[in-house]
Design a protein around this ligand. Structure first.
Ligand SMILES: NC(=O)c1ccc[n+]([C@@H]2O[C@H](COP(=O)([O-])OP(=O)(O)OC[C@H]3O[C@@H](n4cnc5c(N)ncnc54)[C@H](OP(=O)(O)O)[C@@H]3O)[C@@H](O)[C@H]2O)c1
Length: 391
């Protein structure tokens, strides 16, 4: 923040005192209401802010946003952040029950559910025709008989982007994956790379976001590690990951709505700040839950697990471990690609998983040790190569 020389500061304070205004240094805290008018450069449309500056009840950000894929894990945190700031959020849903928890995340009437189908252009247009920002979070870890990876991540994403461009939406923010590459061994990751390319073609200036594996209350990451003791390993537990905190990602997506850095389109690599092997992560989970997660187990060869996964995945009608997921478990998280932006460009410092994992893992402790504190200020210490908590 810029500081005034002492003499000018005193003069300014005296002027403010005489004129009954708050002094310049106290202006930000004294200004509790925002009445701003911003004209969007791309569309020329006005965005009018009003109400409490920090958001909350009766705040109006002036934006209308559509969040495709809002009914999933990340979606709820993004809708929550947008709703708090007074953004009207259109929440497209497929299943009536999947959108109920989103309704209380904004003021009355600010969360608007609309039914949609990824293959129905009219419904997509209906969902975004009043919006100035569109987020695309749709994604699936496995293929179904109705939707392949390409249908959801590539052609589906491109369809939404093209309709958004046609409707005059000013920002399109598309969530991809940190490891999305055209030469990836995983079909899922190849379809994500294809999606990035098609979205950029369909929407000039689209923002691409590449997060690492997400963790949070409803994740398929820490929960999976804590729920079952691991009796078998893939890749000897050596696959390296850069986990991203879901709350950080939701905050970053929220900031992208207004950030100047996203006005002309950019790619953000939003992996976590540290890299861990799977074994290190399992050790962390074990230290925080006091439950054994790491059993000395067999390392299952890639081909054998892949074969077993492709058989069981076809037999069950719900998503189990798919062959492609087995492939992804062998892929190390990539470093940020040169030329992409990161957390610092949004003024953010992302969380390290060891600092926040206890919030999500405490529920896996037995009642006897439920409230036992984590040593130091939340950072488990490493001792003899293992994370160590107070006994
Ligand atoms: N979770 C991670 O670790 C992670 C890591 C990197 C990137 N990402 C990406 O981040 C995004 C959000 O992840 P997430 O964990 O929140 O995913 P999620 O919990 O699986 O939610 C996916 C969302 O996409 C929707 N969707 C899936 N297939 C669809 C289809 N055929 N038609 C319409 N909607 C469909 C789902 O709607 P329904 O509820 O109707 O099924 C749901 O709203 C995804 O693109 C994902 O690939 C996730």
């Amino acid at each position: 923040m810029a500081t005034l020389p002492l003499a000018s500061a005193t003069r300014a304070a005296a002027f403010c005192h005489r004129s009954g205004l708050a002094s310049s240094s106290s202006v930000p805290s004294a200004r509790r209401y925002a009445h701003d008018l911003v004209i969007k450069r791309k569309t020329g449309l006005p965005i009018q802010r009003a109400g409490p500056i920090g958001g909350g009840r009766s705040a109006v950000s002036g934006h209308v946003a559509t969040v495709f894929g809002c009914t999933g894990f990340l979606g709820r945190y993004l809708v929550d952040k947008l709703g708090q700031k007074g953004t009207q959020v259109i929440v497209p849903y497929r299943d009536e029950d999947e959108k109920r928890h989103l309704k209380p995340l904004g003021d009355l009437g600010q969360i608007v559910p609309l039914e949609w189908d990824l293959k129905n252009d009219d419904q997509i247009r209906e969902c975004l025709r009043h919006s100035d920002v569109v987020y695309n979070l749709t994604g699936r870890n496995y293929e179904t008989k109705n939707f392949t990876f390409n249908d959801v991540h590539a052609t589906g994403a491109a369809r939404i982007a093209a309709i958004a461009a046609d409707a005059g939406v000013s920002r399109f923010i598309h969530v991809s994956h940190l490891n999305a590459r055209e030469d990836s061994p995983s079909k899922f990751l190849r379809s994500k790379a294809e999606g990035e390319k098609l979205v950029k073609q369909a929407f000039d200036g689209a923002t691409i976001v590449r997060p690492g594996s997400l963790y949070g209350h409803e994740d398929r990451f820490l929960n999976q590690m804590a729920r079952w003791p691991i009796t078998w390993h893939v890749n000897y537990g050596r696959t390296k990951l850069r986990p991203t905190h879901s709350i950080d990602l939701a905050r970053a997506l929220e900031l992208m709505m207004d950030a100047e850095v996203t006005s002309t389109g950019a790619t953000f690599s939003l992996g976590g700040p540290k890299t861990y092997t799977i074994t290190e992560l399992l050790t962390l989970v074990e230290s925080l839950t006091f439950e054994k997660t790491l059993r000395p187990g067999l390392n299952v060869p890639h081909w054998a697990l892949r074969l077993a996964a492709s058989i069981t995945d076809k037999a069950a009608w719900w998503g189990m471990l798919s062959a492609d997921e087995v492939d992804r478990r062998m892929v190390d998280d990539l470093p940020d690609e040169a030329g992409t932006k990161s957390w610092a460009d949004l003024g953010m410092t992302p969380d390290k998983i060891e600092d926040v994992a206890i919030v999500y893992l405490r529920r896996y402790r037995s009642h006897l040790r439920f409230e036992q504190p984590v040593e130091t200020s939340g950072t488990p210490l490493r001792k003899n190569g293992r994370y160590h908590v107070v006994d």
